[in-house]
Design a protein around this ligand. Structure first.
Ligand SMILES: N[C@@H](CCC(=O)N[C@@H](CS)C(=O)NCC(=O)O)C(=O)O
Length: 248
């Protein structure tokens, strides 16, 4: 069997979600470094990449055997789970699957938008993103985490039940990156059940490898990292990934 190809960089949250799923399921893959937004060689806006995924965003999956290509992290994850029968993370029963799908749809305008709104101003201080953007993101995330804390995570260990699913992987790559040991841009003290879930997720296979990039980058709440630091963190993450893949 030929390994799958995943286009992206470890610094990208949706790329991390797909990488995590593949590592968790011990599915070999090659990560082809693709710079988000770049029109240059190996860029996500280069015509060669656009031929695979016209939206020009990472991640993108390619199956060597069939030539099939697919963009959008959640579409990739559900496709992989369906085609490989990974029912532990994406059950085939319609209602259980629908709950996970509901989270995956909800995610984009809530968790994803809020986490980008919190992290982007700290990473790109040069863009002078107005404080109002970060404040709105904090409010959106707070409202979402209140729902998680008081409903789903007050009754069960994970977002969609008592075992880890695609919903948790998708959610954690955004929410988890905000923790003190990583970018340190959000205070989770008001959300005890979310904090418990964050620690539980750290035990899920593949977590540490996928998060090397953030551990390397460290706290960005006060000082924005420069491009060299981001590049260096991606390189360290790639080395860790290679090591994990060689042990599969
Ligand atoms: N909804 C997409 C979002 C992907 C996305 O925003 N990727 C960013 C990197 S984190 C990207 O490729 N940006 C480059 C661009 O938009 O040109 C998914 O979940 O796959």
């Amino acid at each position: 069997m030929h390994p799958l190809i995943l286009y992206g960089v470890p610094f990208s949250q949706p790329v991390r979600a797909v990488m995590w799923l593949l590592l968790l399921k011990k599915m070999p893959f090659d990560l082809v470094l693709t710079n988000p937004g770049s029109k240059g060689d190996n860029g996500s806006r280069h015509p060669d990449f656009l031929a695979k995924h016209p939206a020009g965003t990472i991640p993108c999956l390619e199956e060597r055997e069939t030539g099939f290509t697919l963009g959008e992290a959640h579409a990739i994850m559900t496709y992989l789970a369906r085609t490989h029968g990974w029912e532990d993370v994406y059950p085939s029963t319609p209602q259980a699957q629908a709950r996970i799908d509901a989270y995956l749809h909800y995610h984009h305008r809530n968790i994803r938008e809020a986490s980008v709104g919190l992290v982007a101003p700290s990473i790109r201080k040069d863009l002078n993103i107005p404080d109002a953007v970060q404040q709105a993101a904090r409010k959106t995330l707070g409202a979402a985490l209140t729902v998680f804390d008081q409903s789903m995570l007050s009754e069960q260990a994970y977002l969609c039940g008592d075992s880890v699913t695609l919903a948790d992987l998708a959610a954690y790559v955004e929410i988890g990156q905000l923790q003190g040991q990583y970018t340190n841009v959000f205070d989770f003290s008001a959300y005890p059940n979310v904090r418990r879930w964050l620690s539980t997720m750290q035990q899920v296979g593949g977590h540490d490898t996928v998060h090397v990039v953030l551990a390397e980058l460290g706290d960005i709440s006060q000082t924005a990292p420069d491009m060299d630091q981001i590049r260096g963190a991606n390189i360290k993450a790639l080395q860790a990934l290679k090591l994990s893949l060689s042990a599969l």
